[in-house]
Design a protein around this ligand. Structure first.
Ligand code: GAR
Length: 208
């Protein structure tokens, strides 16, 4: 993978799309020179990310999970589009749906996710609110390879962010977002350079 043509990446998103846009900007600026965004897949019809991606020149599709008889069928439907675009890896960027065996099986060790906490703390929805409710003084972001569990799998990198006593959820979200964007670009650059290898639960950087 490190040699030759850029890694054909599909972005998966469900909402606002700031991480997806940060990745597209990094490709455009040359910072992610080994990534070729091929497609954006969205599971929500009115998600702002669809229009944002199209405006940035990336083909973007909405596939409705409810119009497929099962989760496997839904993922097979997605897979057909990914194959057509010759996608080699997936980046979940605010994709609020558990990835199942069909996609995991089709892209072994080739699916990454970003989550706004220091996993394994606060997986799932509203990670920032969970961190505030718990009373932690430090939280952060995690980029990790995806397995069948939610917000789970070998950690590629983490970055920390302080939490202050008078923070609101909105303030913490705003503090975390630019750190998410930076972390995702750094992780994808390493992935596309072939600098990551999974060894058990660990991710080795520059293994050779
Ligand atoms: C981001 O904070 C991302 O880390 C989070 O959803 C948000 C999407 O924002 N993902 C998860 O919570 C995954 N469990 P965005 O649409 O602006 O990128």
């Amino acid at each position: 993978m490190p040699e030759g043509s850029p890694l054909r990446l599909a972005l998966f998103a469900s909402g606002r799309g700031s991480n997806a846009m940060a990745i597209l900007s990094a490709v455009k600026s040359g910072r992610l020179s080994r990534i070729a965004p091929a497609l954006l897949v969205c599971d929500r019809e009115n998600a702002p990310v669809l229009e944002k991606a199209r405006d940035a020149g990336l083909p973007a599709i909405f596939l409705n999970p409810k119009s497929f008889p099962s989760k496997d069928d839904y993922e097979k439907g997605i897979l057909a589009h990914l194959r057509e675009k010759k996608v080699e890896a997936l980046a979940l960027a605010g994709y609020m749906r558990l990835v199942g065996p069909v996609l995991i099986g089709a892209f072994p060790d080739r699916i990454v996710n970003i989550h706004p906490s220091l996993l394994p703390a606060f997986p799932g929805l509203h990670a920032q609110r969970q961190a505030l409710d718990y009373g932690v003084r430090v939280t952060g972001v995690t980029v990790h390879f995806v397995d069948l569990q939610m917000d789970h799998g070998p950690v590629i990198l983490q970055k920390t962010v302080p939490v202050f006593p008078d923070d609101t959820e909105e303030i913490l979200v705003e503090r975390l977002l630019p750190v998410e964007h930076e972390a995702y670009v750094e992780a994808l650059d390493a992935l596309s350079a072939g600098r990551l290898r999974i060894s058990g639960r660990r991710v080795l950087w520059n293994p050779d």
